[in-house]
Write a protein that binds this ligand. Structure first.
Ligand code: SF4
Length: 714
């Protein structure tokens, strides 16, 4: 029996885990007392990790065209069919769809293969559904996708604003940290802004049950209110920002009275003003935002409306302050680091980053081997499946995610997958909804087997360690990608023996000061070259550390922008004019209810792991439809009765009605986790039409239009 340290594979808090390993079994897990994300805490999902393991239900052999085979045959078939598509249709007929569940090393080699060596820009990720709007807004404001805060800031704040975030369920350890901070400091004020009354409200000093979609109007109102009452940090604005006057002019458009803003947001004016006053009169304010803000057709604008208020008050770059986007998945941040979004090239470099293509081509030594590096961005998630529909993309490799359930217009996505000539799926579990569309299935290793790094919401890189051998012939994702690359003729560039070698290459590529590069101010923020050159033992022992990590900052950088120097050409942050727009999906006679979606406390994504723990299933055992009691009466449904939602996404969702006084009138909430394999018909993605944020490409998953019908007597 021995103890080993690793990282929880679920949410973006990225808690450290101490696992007790007995032979080939993890018999117990506890929170790692030394990990800076959780200091020994775990939530119920994290503490049940060992209950979700085991070889039952795992994929253990490759499958080609429905027949189990050996790895050599599977890998050769993948290489041959990718080559056939590329030769017949060109490199842009190839695509990959990745996941925030992958480790950074997996992400790195996938990005290198597809963009660097196969020459297609079409590599995107399910993180597009989770935090793409936050990324785009940080770039617009700071010149770089850089999260300014660290978790300690939440504890050091005087006011914590939670907007579009049910922290208690979705980032439970951060909620525990906030609750403890509040117990220690009774003056700490917590504001919750959310259309639903959630468990997070238990620690709220002020709850604002905002009308869905009105967040930008609310924060624009705050900016105008601060200006009106001279609550701005004029020195900070003058010295370190640009665009204030334009942002303020946009915020003042329309009726700027408190009563009008409150009416537009469906709030009590007095409570709204209390929030404005608390925000404006404290320096140490952290605004935590998550999917409730990001998953919107105007998500980027909403994020910038929040950031504008922080810049206007100088509330960032100091302890206990900043606009803090919390990621949903364990390694959404790692994917951003390696360039694993369709709009990125590599290592936080966009296609229009000066000198980026040249630098990456030199670094990867792609010259003469392959088509050129792509010239510009590829298709973002939803666009990618539309390109498959049109026949432009003919080969898709999906890794560690299930778009057949999670994407809007799920039926359309399934039809696209059905029609795609080549679908390759790397997956751990043998019974996901996606596998029926796969021509080639590659059995991948899972948590407790995989070895590499992840980066959490506060930019902290942590080791996830391989503690158990993968079952049967399952293999690590980086190994699978590398073996395919070798068979495609790129062996020299993919000659990795261990994920530590991939991490080293990633760290070197991130370096800011490499000779011969075009200077790029933004890249200094992402530089982890201080972690390059680790030998195997040092990589194995790597302790959690926050980027950037450089020779000048060898212990990492807990908080960004303390020097108020941003990654824009003139070093100033930008306030962005925001003109609030409502949700795209309009209600209709047939679909009169507003749909909201989200996670439940004890489940993760499509439940392939968490459903294996009876303890976790006890919390919410089946799909449900949460509705206000008055609406239930109006629609003729009772508590616990089976009912059906029909949505604009062309699908339906069956679940048991749950009456909730925390649900606004005219709205319903459904959890995202269940799919056909559990429940017959409870696919959230089938209810949603694909309305996208024009800047980030993130779909509007928090707002749909549905009709409700009772299915059977209660
Ligand atoms: Fe895992 Fe998130 Fe829970 Fe931490 S808070 S134990 S990372 S699920």
């Amino acid at each position: 029996m021995h103890e080993a340290r690793t990282t929880c594979p679920y949410c973006g808090v990225g808690c450290g885990v101490t696992a007790c390993v007995d032979n080939d079994e993890i018999v117990e897990v506890q929170g790692d007392p030394e990990h800076p994300a959780n200091f020994g805490r775990l939530c119920v999902k994290g503490s049940a990790l060992h209950e979700t393991l085991g070889h039952h239900g795992r994929l253990t052999r490759p499958i080609v065209d429905g027949v189990e085979t050996d790895w050599a045959t599977a890998l050769e078939t993948v290489a041959k069919r990718l080559t056939e598509v590329r030769e017949a249709q060109g490199p842009k007929a190839l695509a990959a769809y990745l996941s925030g569940q992958l480790l950074t090393e997996d992400y790195y080699v996938a990005n290198k293969l597809f963009k660097g060596f196969l020459g297609t820009p079409h590599l995107d990720t399910n993180s597009r559904l989770c935090m793409a709007s936050a990324v785009a807004a940080y770039k617009r404001a700071f010149g770089a996708d850089a999260v300014p805060c660290r978790y300690e800031d939440i504890e050091e704040a005087e006011v914590v604003v939670l907007v579009g975030s049910n922290l208690a369920w979705n980032h439970p350890v951060l909620y525990q940290r906030l609750r403890t901070a509040k117990q220690r400091n009774p003056l700490l004020r917590v504001v919750v802004i959310d259309p639903r009354v959630t468990d997070t409200c238990e620690i709220a000093d002020l709850y604002l049950g905002v009308k869905p979609g009105s967040d930008a109007r609310l924060f624009n109102g705050l900016l105008a209110w601060m200006a009106e009452r001279d609550r701005l940090d004029r020195v900070y604005l003058e010295r370190h920002t640009k665009g204030f006057e334009e942002a303020l002019a946009a915020a003042r458009e329309g009726d700027g009275s408190l009563e009008a803003i409150a009416a537009d947001c469906d709030l009590d004016p007095e409570r709204l003003e209390t929030f404005f006053y608390w925000f404006a009169s404290h320096l140490h304010v952290v605004t935590l935002y998550s999917q409730g803000i990001n998953q919107s057709s105007s998500g980027t604008d909403k994020c910038n409306a929040i950031i504008n208020c922080h810049l206007a008050g100088g509330k960032l770059g100091v302890p206990g302050a900043g606009p803090f986007s919390i990621t949903g998945q364990p390694n959404a941040m790692g994917g951003r680091e390696v360039g694993g979004l369709a709009n990125q090239l590599a290592a936080h470099m966009d296609y229009d980053t000066p000198g980026a293509r040249d630098r990456v081509a030199r670094f990867w030594a792609t010259d003469g081997l392959t088509p050129e590096l792509p010239q510009g961005p590829g298709h973002k998630a939803i666009e990618l499946f539309e390109a498959i529909e049109r026949g432009e993309v003919q080969a898709l490799w999906i890794m560690a995610t299930n778009p057949a359930v999670s994407l809007p217009e799920a039926n359309r996505v399934r039809a696209a997958l059905e029609a795609c000539p080549l679908v390759i799926v790397s997956e751990c579990m043998a019974d996901t909804d996606l596998l029926r569309y796969a021509d080639i299935v590659l059995p991948a290793s899972s948590w407790s087997e995989k070895d590499g790094t992840v980066t959490n919401s506060e930019r902290c890189i942590s080791r996830q360690r391989g503690l158990l051998p993968p079952p049967g012939e399952a293999r690590h994702d980086w190994w699978i990608i590398t073996e395919v690359a070798r068979r495609l003729g790129f062996g020299e560039a993919f000659a990795y023996a261990h994920p530590g070698e991939i991490f080293d290459e990633h760290a070197r590529l991130s370096g800011f000061e490499n000779a011969g590069d075009t200077p790029d101010e933004g890249r200094r923020l992402f530089d982890i070259s201080g972690l390059a050159g680790l030998d195997r033992a040092a990589y194995d022992a790597l302790a959690p550390i926050q980027w950037p990590v450089t020779a000048a900052a060898p212990r990492g950088t807990p908080r960004l922008f303390e020097d108020a120097r941003f990654a824009t050409p003139d070093g100033r942050a930008r306030l962005v004019p925001v003109r609030p727009r409502g949700p795209e999906q309009v209600l209709s006679e047939a679909r009169p209810l507003r749909l909201n979606t989200g996670r439940v406390r004890d489940q993760w994504h499509t439940m392939t792991r968490t459903a294996r723990s009876p303890r976790l299933m006890n919390h919410r055992a089946e799909p449900f439809i949460e509705i206000a009691p008055e609406d239930a009466q109006a629609y003729g449904v009772d508590d616990q009765q089976l009912a059906r939602l029909v949505g604009a996404g062309g699908g339906e969702y069956r679940g048991r009605v749950r009456l909730s006084k925390g649900q606004r009138r005219g709205e319903v909430f459904v959890p995202m986790h269940w799919s056909d394999r559990f429940s017959g018909a409870a696919r959230m993605g089938g209810l949603l039409a694909a309305h996208l944020d024009p800047v980030s490409g993130q779909p509007e998953s928090k707002h749909g239009a549905v009709g409700l019908e009772p299915l059977a007597p209660g």
